[in-house]
Design a protein around this ligand. Sequence first.
Ligand code: FE2
Length: 186
Amino acid sequence: MTSTALSPLAPARTDAAASTAPAGAAALAVALAIRTDLWADRVEYREESRWTSLLDPAELAPALDPSLHAELHDAQIWLLSWLPGQGTPLHDHGSSAGAFAVARGTLTERVVSRGTGSTPHQSTADLAAGRVRFFGPHYVHQVVNTLHDPAVSVHVYAPRLSLMNTYRIDDSGLVRIGTERAGVDW
Ligand SMILES: [Fe+2]
């Protein structure tokens, strides 16, 4: 496996100039997170790893406000469960933008973005049920259930998620350590 030192990262899309696409994904993620009747009976928890399930936009559309249908048409939607201690490595979402909303429990997100010199900027926040994060392409984060109760979240990606790069941080900065490709690695 090769390691690649990265060029400066694109910042998180949290400013007013951000594309409307991630904001639309956020609206969709929140709308789905609060509609527990659409997914609650599907959720499973797995001791061995996080549980994930793709949601079908066509099935969801009749239950959602029509203003979200355009966003829904282009989106890939995942429902995830997280037992205490389960989480992701540090990763991006390739060229996909998107959003995730916490529907149950609390998840801790660590965000890594461009810093000064070779030192990335890092921030960590606990996201309780009802919280949402949206992001543009190449957003790098790690999400973990650090608390004691199971958590559930809804993730929306547009365009569809095709790969995720994984990272570590060392003295040279943020270093890519792997790439997982849809249809090959998951
Ligand atoms: Fe992610």
